[in-house]
Ligand binder design. Sequence first.
Ligand SMILES: NC(=O)c1ccc[n+]([C@@H]2O[C@H](COP(=O)([O-])OP(=O)(O)OC[C@H]3O[C@@H](n4cnc5c(N)ncnc54)[C@H](OP(=O)(O)O)[C@@H]3O)[C@@H](O)[C@H]2O)c1
Length: 359
Amino acid sequence: MKKFNVGIIGATGMVGQRFITLLADHPWFNIVLLAASPRSAGKKYTEAVGSRWAMKAEMPEKVKDMIMYDATADIEKIASQVDFVFCAVDMKKDEIRALEEAYAKAECPVISNNSAHRHTDDVPMIVPEINPEHAGIIEAQKKRLGTKRGFVAVKSNCSLQSYVPALHPLMKFGVKNVLACTYQAISGAGKTFETWPEMVDNVIPFIGGEEEKSEIEPLKIWGKIQDGKIVDATTPAITTQCLRVPVSDGHTAAVFVSFDKKPSIDEIKEAWKNFKGEPQDLELPSAPKQFLNYFEEDNRPQAKLDRDMEGGMAVSIGRLREDSQYDYKFVCLSHNTLRGAAGGAVLMAELLAAKGYLD
Ligand SMILES: NC(=O)c1ccc[n+]([C@@H]2O[C@H](COP(=O)([O-])OP(=O)(O)OC[C@H]3O[C@@H](n4cnc5c(N)ncnc54)[C@H](OP(=O)(O)O)[C@@H]3O)[C@@H](O)[C@H]2O)c1
């Protein structure tokens, strides 16, 4: 695989920092440029981040002295120096939509962690193991934008990154109704316990917009391409409650599920054990070898023990048992800033690179 030059838009933020640590030694992607708001532009990366560096790993040497670009004012300059950009910014939705399309129109593909384009019907929202075929919609999007190589592809919300993968191999049994309660880490809000001390010893029962995203986005992921659009699936029926909990990293979900054709417990465990997708077949650099991991122990998965499994790219599942109102219930966990954000975006970029969309 050739080396691709990449830029990170929103490089100073929580997800941007994750991109930097994940890409520092990436075999295919080489960081050549960093951008953020006008507040950071013109500063060295270390100065722009200041005390916000929240990664356990040290800041990689190669980025420390990079001079930051202004993500909006420098679009043409940025697009001319990179093969594509990763984007994770905290801006208004309409500003993000415009920013991402401006990069695409400057012939610079955008791999986005932002939610602004998740419901644009020719923008693929890809979980690489689940709906890699949605990359096919990129041709229709390029036609709409009038571009040769520029496009936007997005990652889904971090909340669903544990239960949608767990449900996907069970779709053959006719997943009918799903209830999921998520217990979400504070890094999902771009925060640490230092910057959000109110979260110590606390639970907050509201995360703005999260329940809507958690219920609607899976239906796009399970949707089909028809006439140049992604048409959302109409089933399963999903209802959620999303809570913020005092955990640094790792979103847990307690899931209840009913089926048209109720499988046995062994059939479900077999489906999880045997599930693999294109990232595993293509041996993409960030793909976990075993995507779905079932624990027999009653007290697993635990955020602290299991979120980093396979570099934070695997999903862990446990406590599968019969329920009195639904067919089954279980608990699952995924790392929200790795699989749920930057890592998932890097894996999507690897998939798109392997399929030739980033050439
Ligand atoms: N954290 C997660 O787990 C997670 C998961 C999935 C998706 N996301 C999404 O990823 C995005 C970033 O989240 P985050 O947690 O990394 O946020 P964050 O830590 O608050 O970082 C925000 C980033 O946006 C930049 N920014 C703010 N205003 C800007 C502007 N006008 N122009 C250009 N850049 C600007 C900031 O740059 P300055 O430093 O210059 O201000 C910073 O780099 C959000 O859309 C979020 O919804 C986050």
